[in-house]
Design a protein around this ligand. Structure first.
Ligand code: C2E
Ligand code: MG
Ligand code: MG
Ligand code: MG
Length: 280
């Protein structure tokens, strides 16, 4: 009897696997063939300077509307695009869209684009960034590039050179999702970043957990010592804002200020933001 049950479970599991594998295969092919202008768009989430309450930056976040399945989460499709290499043309499309969007923003606001580690491995990312900046006639100092810690695991000479060349172009580099995955404090010293984005994992419980608060304070202090600015991600409540402000954090991002919005909503958001008052 036990044996029969086991087999049933196995078959059920196998059917689930097949379905997932099928979905993955079709998404893979569809990502490769997709007309980017038709199926992809960017949404923008503001990042607020805590000293001035001013919007300093918008982070561009990629969205894919699948013709049959509808919206697909970036966590799902970006992993597939990275594994298949499709992220290289998609990433260049993102950079170009970001630079074009910049033209309709006030010139004291930057845009941050996320870069995948694969764009460093499978593309000459420095050449691509330089070309897109020049083709779109965009000042490099308004472009921020966010990279994640997985990239740093490599710690290769080429990576050091690429990051240095990107900064030499005039773009700023942020270390994204700091504190998750393979993070190490030594990365902060080894690589010259302009900004450290502290993962929202640490902010979630910051009002209740002295440990989490201590971790954030330590990262903020270390970043300050090393001459980098700090951004806290995932701020959802005024109380969290009050705490990170007191810690000396430079900037904040999260649903408290706004969820990611379409480009067409940015002017209204900026006007409304000017009138809003947040926790002192
Ligand atoms: P990320 O770069 O760390 O982006 C921040 C993520 O946190 C976004 O998720 C954003 O919607 C979400 N978020 C922001 N504030 C809050 C908050 O207050 N609460 C909660 N619960 N979530 C918040 P999203 O848009 O789903 O993107 C997920 C990840 O996908 C990004 O994480 C980034 O790693 C990747 N991604 C998005 N766009 C691109 C892209 O153009 N290129 C590459 N390579 N990766 C991208
Ligand atoms: Mg990011
Ligand atoms: Mg992040
Ligand atoms: Mg993330």
């Amino acid at each position: 009897q036990a044996k029969g049950d086991g087999r049933g479970v196995f078959r059920f599991y196998e059917a689930g696997m097949n379905k997932r594998l099928q979905r993955r295969r079709s998404l893979e092919a569809e990502l490769r063939a997709a007309n980017l202008d038709e199926q992809f768009h960017l949404v923008f989430q503001p990042i607020i300077g805590l000293g001035t309450n001013r919007v300093t930056t918008f982070e561009a976040l990629l969205r894919w509307t699948h013709p049959v399945h509808g919206p697909i989460s970036p966590d799902e499709f970006i992993r597939i695009a990275e594994e298949t290499g499709a992220i290289v043309p998609i990433g260049e499309w993102v950079l170009r869209r970001v630079c074009l969007e910049m033209k309709s923003l006030p010139d004291n606001i930057s845009i941050a684009a996320n870069l995948s580690p694969m764009q460093f491995k499978r593309d000459d990312i420095v050449e691509t960034v330089a070309r897109v900046l020049s083709e779109t006639d965009t000042p490099a100092n308004r472009l921020e590039l966010e990279i994640t810690e997985t990239l740093l695991l490599e710690d290769s000479r080429k990576l050091h050179t690429d990051l240095r060349r990107l900064r030499k172009l005039g773009t700023r580099i942020s270390l994204d999702d700091f504190g998750t995955g393979y993070s190490s404090l030594s990365y902060l010293q080894k690589f010259a970043f302009d900004k450290v984005k502290i993962d929202r994992l640490f902010i979630k419980e910051i009002t209740k957990s002295a440990d989490q608060a201590a971790i954030v304070q330590t990262i903020v202090n270390l970043a300050f010592t090393l001459g980098m600015t700090t951004v806290v991600e995932g701020v959802e409540m005024e109380e969290q804002l009050r705490i990170i402000r007191a810690m000396g954090c430079d900037e904040a991002q999260g649903n408290l200020f706004s969820k990611p919005i379409p480009a067409s909503d940015i002017p209204d958001f900026l006007a409304a933001h000017k009138l809003r008052r947040y926790a002192a």
